[in-house]
Design a protein around this ligand. Structure first.
Ligand SMILES: [Fe+2]
Length: 405
């Protein structure tokens, strides 16, 4: 792991302590618009209650750092079972699909847990030997901050009232896209992976060489307007456009549009469809990036458009190449790539408890690159590898096209 603070660090004598406080308070800020009832619900097995996210991110600091310090007293020994996510080495844990059933501890008690952990952490933030572990905990918490937003969006969509999370500008859909340009990349040997000089997860390393063929990549993600043309052309009714597993999902789930596009009462195609956002129900912006599509939908759209999805290596090379950098617009939606989430050559997991952080998930998932409106500022970078199963739609996931040159 390479040590560097998330970019939320304020000025001060102790940047790590300032960053710690900023990241931890941002989580509370995300929960601020929510009631205790909102924080309790779990709308599907893949999503978690906001209360669980607030507790689990504190559990991480307590388990990885504080519990190894002499004299530290855990806030509540039962939390080790309740708020462990997937760390087998730490023993049994409450099943993920049943996190919404944990009505006790209350939200108030979870907030007390956070305060207990924060008070103890203040005493260790100056220890240089713990710096890497603290940074991992902060970047971990930032990942859960995005999940707080995607999970509450999914939960509110399950509410017939379709409530708004917030009317803040941050909750509005991404801005309208620029006109599409095709950025040329000459191919050749590209350096891929984290280059050092800042924090990186183990899955971004080691940096290594990849041979690319010449390619072109879109300057921006596919827009809602472009995706509507795919739907209007029978995109969800034409099996020849779909991967076999994707077509099965279309049949099984009745997919006809991205996740949060509202269905018309009369089944007809409205001139201006409505879409559910964190700011409530809004008219669909045809110029904004399409979001909440699965990998299967992204691949079908690309087939319909006569293009393909980029590999994660093409994506990273384009995002960092001098030739493309000026025109490569990213950070609005996570963009599905055609790359399986695999270890880089020579991959070594983090040491200790964090060995389970990434490596054991490297099968059956696809890499997404970029970042989204819900990603905390400064969290993502061109070498960042997000990953989800190909059918996942509740993340802010979109599409960027590529083609062979
Ligand atoms: Fe986690």
């Amino acid at each position: 792991m390479n040590a560097a603070e998330p970019k939320t660090a304020p000025e001060g004598r102790d940047p790590l302590a300032g960053t710690y406080r900023a990241v931890r308070s941002h989580s509370l800020g995300l929960a601020a618009p929510l009631s205790p009832e909102d924080c309790q619900i779990q709308s599907m097995p893949d999503a978690s209650p906001v209360k669980w996210h607030l507790a689990h991110t504190s559990w991480f600091f307590e388990t990885v750092i504080l519990s190894r310090r002499p004299g530290y007293r855990p806030f509540d020994p039962s939390f080790a079972y309740l708020f462990n996510s997937y760390y087998e080495a730490l023993g049994p844990r409450h099943p993920r699909p049943r996190r919404g059933l944990i009505t006790r501890p209350t939200l108030e008690q979870v907030l007390d847990f956070r305060a207990h952990v924060d008070a103890a952490m203040e005493g260790v933030l100056g220890d240089p030997q713990l710096r890497d572990a603290v940074l991992l905990g902060l970047h971990h918490e930032q990942q859960h901050q995005e999940l707080i937003l995607t999970d509450i969006k999914h939960a509110f969509f399950a509410n017939p009232l379709l409530p708004a999370y917030s009317d803040s500008p941050l909750c509005l859909p991404a801005r309208a896209g620029e006109s599409l340009r095709w950025l040329e990349h000459p191919g050749g040997i590209a350096e891929i992976g984290h280059a050092g000089g800042g924090f990186g997860f183990d899955n971004e390393t080691p940096r290594h060489e990849v041979l690319l063929r010449p390619f072109r990549i879109a300057s921006r993600p596919v827009t809602n307007g472009e995706y509507r043309a795919f739907i209007a052309d029978g995109g969800y009714r034409r099996p020849e456009l779909w991967l076999s597993e994707g077509w099965a999902m279309v049949q099984q789930e009745g997919w006809e549009a991205p996740l949060y596009w509202l269905k018309d009462d009369d089944g007809s195609a409205k001139e201006n469809p409505l879409v559910f956002t964190l700011a409530g129900v809004m008219p669909l912006d045809p110029g904004a990036p399409v979001e909440h599509v699965s990998f299967f939908e992204a691949a079908a759209y690309a087939a319909w458009a006569g293009k393909r999805l980029p590999t994660e290596f093409e994506w990273e090379a384009a995002a960092t190449a001098d030739a493309c950098r000026g025109g490569f617009d990213h950070g609005q939606v996570w963009e599905w790539t055609r790359s399986s989430y695999d270890p880089y050559p020579g991959f070594r997991p983090f040491k200790g408890i964090a060995a389970e952080y990434n490596g054991k998930f490297m099968v059956g998932q696809l890499v997404l690159r970029g970042g989204s409106v819900a990603t905390p500022p400064g969290h993502a970078r061109p070498s960042y590898r997000n990953f989800f199963p190909p059918s996942a739609r509740w993340q802010f996931s979109g599409i960027r096209l590529a083609e062979d040159a």
